[in-house]
Design a binder for this molecule. Sequence first.
Ligand code: 13P
Ligand code: ZN
Length: 262
Amino acid sequence: MIYNEQLTKIITEVAQVSGYLWEKGWAERNGGNISYNITSVASELQSLKALSNPMEIGITVPGLRGAMFLVTGTGKRMRYVATEPMDNAAIIRICDNCTHYEIIAEKNIRPTSEIPSHLAIHNYLQDRSIGYKAVVHTHPTELVAMSHNRAFLKKDVLTKLLWSMIPETRAFCPKGLGIVPYTLPGSVELALATIEQLKDYDVVMWEKHGVLAVGETLVEAFDMIDTLSKSAQIYINSRSMGYEPEGLSEQQMNELKDAFNL
Ligand code: 13P
Ligand code: ZN
């Protein structure tokens, strides 16, 4: 299928970031998934006939009637999304009842099992007129490891620790990391708990599972996870050299806050 220039750029960005997730070691087997709101760049696709029957989302998304998304397929490997994006992802359209979606292009590939979370988040972003279009979920090893320590799961404990490891994290992940207690992957409960956290954070940790980020572009969402992951690695490397890292002081972090207008 031939796509317009803007949509082609988005497909290329999805392929590129999927490759990063694989190279980072965050995407074992089919781990991770991506969705991109393409409604405003692909109006010509509205006329496409459905390739599938309407499929239930599990939640109602009243803000998304007729909206279209590029979504990675369930069971698909990020390393293959990277090389063959349209063999491993589909374009879906939300039905008029706002409880179902149908696949409209390019192949009849069933979307990620995390579709309730992805669509609940897009609905939330749409409702609040937040210009974010991209959602990515992945399994960054060090961050997930840190979520196995209960002490880190109290509100903003991990955020402050990760901010203090390197100035970039304070500057480029300014809202920090929200925490969702362990919840069944793919469940509506996970979707609802994630939206709650997105009121305060752009990146959310799914305890003992992975991380989810939202952004204006997919690269921006990826970069926030990458920055947090770098901090996690610095912390773990310091601990494995036998010491607790000192971390930036409160004053140094406040100075960054002022310098970057955070
Ligand atoms: P999917 O293959 O269904 O996208 O599942 C991967 C995953 O990471 C679930 O949380
Ligand atoms: Zn996952």
